[in-house]
Design a protein around this ligand. Sequence first.
Ligand code: TXA
Ligand code: MG
Length: 340
Amino acid sequence: MKTVLLKPHETDLAANVLKNSGVVAIPSETVYGLAANIFDNRAIQKIFTAKGRPSDNPLIVHIAEIDDVFPLVFELPYKAEILINNFWPAPLTLILSKSSLISDLISASLPTVAVRCPNNKIFREVIKKCGFPLAAPSANLSGSPSPTKFEHVFNDLNSCVDAIIDGGDCEFGIESTVIDVSKNTPILLRPGVITPEEITNLIGEIQIDKAVLSELSGSEKPNSPGLKYKHYAPKAKVVLVNARDENSQSYIDFVNENANEKGVFALCFDEDVPLLKIPSVSYGSKNNQTQQASKLFDSLRKCDELGAKIIYANSPKKTGVGLAVYNRMLRSASFNVIDL
Ligand code: TXA
Ligand code: MG
């Protein structure tokens, strides 16, 4: 398949492809999404094929205006309304009980649907020009680090999708916060740049799903199907290292002890780089969590490009946006963690 590369202003062309059962990779404020018409099962099927995505992993439905949520859902609980009114358009996805408009292909036969109103001019313009909502998972090959730059999408999906809009780098670089508001006590399924603290301030107590910070056993059924799959993994093996101390000295010492092994890389903070004796890729300053979020996926891909075989990653703080960064790293390391 020939993939057409589009400029950010070519949203008319993108909408035409989508109206004709095509799939288009579109930049959002979080990561690039691979979009298709929610009412066109043939197009939706193409998303699963292009990504190699298991069919039991449901898709997020993207809308251009807040009011577009109503036809998609059976009901809108008041806590959902509060979040919508305070945040949307935003990197915040709500799980709601679905209406009959949502096909089983999109919801993976669950009784719920994930909905998000993205805060990205290009994405919203494409939805508006289509006149229908767009289902869109991240525009990467299933299992690989999410795409935050045009090149990531191109490398993963060129010749597998109808078009890619080159919108440059994504603003946040980490996927949306996902919260299930279909239950009495909302459950945070995936942390993001909208933090649990911000959500709790508005709607009171929420639960953090067990799978956010720990591995589910084989017999446990995840609340979000995506949580059971291998995720964000570069080709190299990732080991997440929890340093003992604030200034990472224990991490530096640990990594330097492995200095003689070939292909060993450090994925670390800017401040660690001059102290390390092995090749390193930084994912931002230790004091800047939003920078860590925006650089993480690109840094994982960079390690592969540089020939890494084993990546020792210096763990971020688990508070605020750091919780989202830690959650992604934990999965990219397949829960392989060393506590120093
Ligand atoms: O920022 C984002 O959310 C990006 C951009 C493109 O919007 N999209 C994204 O989609 O990250 P995806 O498919 O890579 O991740 C969606 C996650 C998956 O873990 C999926 O299992 C979960 O949301 N999900 C979707 N529908 C769900 C549902 N009805 N119940 C529970 N989890 C759901
Ligand atoms: Mg994804």
